[in-house]
Design a binder for this molecule. Sequence first.
Ligand code: N01
Length: 561
Amino acid sequence: MSDTNIRDRNGDSAVERVDVLVVGMGFAGMYNLYCARQRGLTARAFEAGSDVGGTWYWNRYPGCRVDVDSVQYCYNFSDELTNEWRWSERFASQPELLRYCNYVADKFDLRRDAKFDTRVISALFDEETNLWTVRTDKGDVVSAPYCIMATGSLSTPYKPPYPGIEDFGGEWHHTGTWPHEEVSFTGKRVGIIGTGSTGIQAIPVIAREAAHLTVFQRTPQYTTPARNRPMTSGEQEAFNARRDQWRKEVKQTFNAITDFSPPTKFFHENTPEERRTYLESRWEIGGMPQALMETYKNIGVDEAANSVVADFVRDKIREIVKDSEVAERLCPPSDLPIGSKRPPIDTDYYETFNRDNVTLVDIKTSPIERITAVGIKTADEDYELDAIIFATGFDAMTGSLLAIDIRTSGGASLKDAWSDGPDAYLGLMVAGLPNLFLINGPGSPSVKANMVIAIEHHTDWIMEALDHLREHGLDRIEANEQAQSNWVEHAREVAEATLMPVADSWYVGANVPGKKRVYMPYFGGFARYLKTCEEIVADGYRGFQLSRTGENADTSIVAAQ
Ligand code: N01
């Protein structure tokens, strides 16, 4: 395998040549780099941030933490790592997760092959040489036969283009690009726009510090108490003792998270009193969105079942929030099924609206018109603010990929391929773009699963595909157009059989004006997806075309569709 500097085809610049290019150094990029090295492949990674961590590097806003149990939201590839690391809380905070990423990078010496503060701007595949060449904003030019896009599903922040932001005299931040230095809200009038998972985590924390917090809410959310707590003595040891078994169990689950047994009953099998008692017990347990979503069968499919749980949360809001008008404003509308937007978990979210220093503004009925020199102007009122926080989410799943000019010498481009929606075979590869792999791409369980487990699966699948190519004297793999269409159609059918695509969520791209409405994650379940991936491999990489450079499809090994 090679690691030399060569001239590109134009002969005008020195090109570093490696076996594998990795874009991104979050959980996915780090594991890809590690796996490539384990196989004796040379690799080069680029990362726009100044260090490792991805999501946990950028999202430093107050209250940021994971909402999957920490013991499940971590790597599994190294027993040594697993046994060395100790989580301090059930749901680790962002600083702890970032420490973990740094620990992994140090332990496996991952930074050695990564360049930071460097953004990949283009990736061009040369059909003749079978090489991807990436170029960066720092002038790097690196080629490799394989390119892995570990760019993250939620890594391109979205900020609504309100006019007037340049006039604002105070400070403003997007939660997804939070400053590294401490941001103090003491004594300040703060406004926060957005009440998704991020806003719901940040609002209670900022409310405790700020002189006044004004929450600008477009769509109210259903949220469940996180019940975060310190890890108890021996808890992690006990989990690790059964980790091998857990690794098997997690592959049988819907979302790569265990410990919530699937519902056994339909809601109508319980009386209203029994339902109330049962849902109450799940609310008390809290933690993880599944606390309420996995209570009765068909909640994600059947409107009546869904509304039983949705009504339960509305009742909770009315119980917790003392001002009945505020409570009603916090209640999600009846046409928003619970779970159709990403369900958050919280610590004292609804309780925060009982504070004297918190105001809730409904910007659905009175939209934000502009940012002014002194604050925010809605259709009905001017709010004077010292700081504005945009908790307005991301151009999810496709934003970071489409920000890179990805194309082939044959004229194909990702932008064209996705002009009518982000089609990808298994969410792993895009027809027309050979040897380019996506980690947690559209059409894979991705954001509907425990991301670290999904990352490990994708990476292992890709690495085994590279092994397979090498063992067979091949060097090219490409998704077949028809197989891709079949998969996209299957993923669409699965999603449309549920209530999930109903909401105007980032899952369907509705948060970004002009984005094609497609339910992007695969909602058929992690277990089913894994089985499909395994079957496809066992079937000789069904739906992929495998070949050798310089040989046309007739003489190459072509997998059946
Ligand atoms: O972003 P979001 P997020 N005008 O898109 C509002 C993961 N995550 O950063 O609902 C006015 O969910 C928007 O309103 P509406 C998790 O997967 C995980 O909160 O579109 N408002 C919404 O209220 C999550 O789902 C964790 O009507 C506008 C908010 O901004 C994902 O990241 C923690 C607007 C955006 O909510 C994204 O969450 C945090 C506009 N033009 C995040 N545009 C954990 O692991 C948007 N909004 C716990």
